[in-house]
Design a protein around this ligand. Structure first.
Ligand code: GZL
Length: 312
């Protein structure tokens, strides 16, 4: 595992004129949109001809796009895999065509020789950091949590659930009363939170929301306010991504904690591809990006100002 600092990457040479196919999941969240923007910027700065395909969150569209890249004979392929399974066949086709594949921001369950490397955070750790924050915040008070899961079958949804459960294990005062996917979107996050509020005494019995990303948390905040409750005080809000809008909510006292996920996964991907395409240097199978907790104590207004220009 190679760990990365959050410092601005020094742009590596070696990819000028290369053709890279990028199968992106879609634009389901602010973080996803930022990853797309930063990938396109990185490609431009490095002289890469980026072929971009948006899959509208459907795996079959991603597989079709990858087959198209193989047919075009691209030099390399980036995939942000919407779900963790079902990739073996198309990755074997890329391997047969001797086209290296780099996974961005989500892992898959497949033989490691089918991809060059995966550039992702440690998503179990992200869930643990979120859970540890809540454990410290509630002390031994009884706390009923509702969970907004990411896309069903995606590695972040599986791993962030696991990490949060590890954090609250042994703290019997904290229980996850309801858990459902909000598919990483604001709209669905709001809808599911409305159903949780209805089911839990108008929301009065809910102590906290754990959302697998900030966009679902922002949707939940709207639902909580429409139910006449105060997000951030009546119901604590903890989520992941650290997109600018969660810091606006924090500055208003309407969100409490978020775990940062860098949207610049393409920089490290292009760096290792440059080396691999030059002389076959193979990177570690996992390039891990950092995770950092932010709370209301971290000057959220200033963080919002600093982040809002970074591709979101
Ligand atoms: C996590 C990434 C997730 C983000 C969401 O690595 O795949 O997908 O947390 C995005 O915002 O939709």
């Amino acid at each position: 595992v190679a760990c990365l600092s959050m410092a601005a990457p020094v742009l590596a040479a070696g990819m000028e004129g290369k053709v890279v196919g990028f199968s992106q999941i879609g634009s389901e969240s602010g973080w996803r949109a930022a990853e797309t923007t930063l990938t396109q910027n990185q490609a431009k700065e490095r002289g890469i001809d980026l072929k971009f395909a948006d899959a509208q969150q459907k795996q079959e569209n991603q597989i079709k796009a990858v087959r198209g890249f193989i047919a075009q004979g691209v030099d390399a392929i980036l995939i942000a895999p919407v779900v963790a399974t079902g990739w073996d066949d198309v990755l074997a086709e890329a391997k047969d065509a001797e086209i290296p594949v780099v996974l961005l921001d989500r892992q898959i369950e497949a033989p490691e020789d089918l991809y060059l490397t995966a550039v992702t955070s440690d998503q179990v750790h992200e869930g643990k950091v979120a859970g540890d924050w809540l454990v410290a915040d509630v002390g031994d008070k009884a706390c009923k949590v509702v969970e907004l899961q990411g896309t069903t079958g995606s590695s972040p949804a599986i791993n962030r659930k696991q990490g949060f459960e590890e954090a609250i294990a042994g703290h019997d005062n904290i229980t996850i009363a309801r858990s459902q996917t909000g598919d990483f979107t604001r709209t669905k996050g709001k809808e599911v939170m409305e159903s949780f509020i209805k089911a839990e005494n108008g929301g009065k019995d809910i102590c906290a929301v754990y959302a697998h990303n900030d966009d679902m948390a922002v949707g939940a905040i709207q639902a909580i306010k429409e139910a006449g409750l105060k997000p951030g005080t009546d119901i604590k809000i903890v989520s992941i991504d650290a997109v600018p809008d969660i810091f606006l909510a924090m500055a208003e006292g309407e969100a409490n904690a978020t775990v940062e996920l860098t949207p610049d996964m393409a920089g490290p991907a292009f760096d290792v591809l440059a080396a691999y395409l030059a002389d076959g240097t193979a990177p570690a199978k996992w390039i891990q990006t950092e995770s950092k907790l932010f709370t209301q104590a971290d000057d959220p207004k200033a963080v919002y100002e600093a982040k809002k220009g970074l591709g979101y």
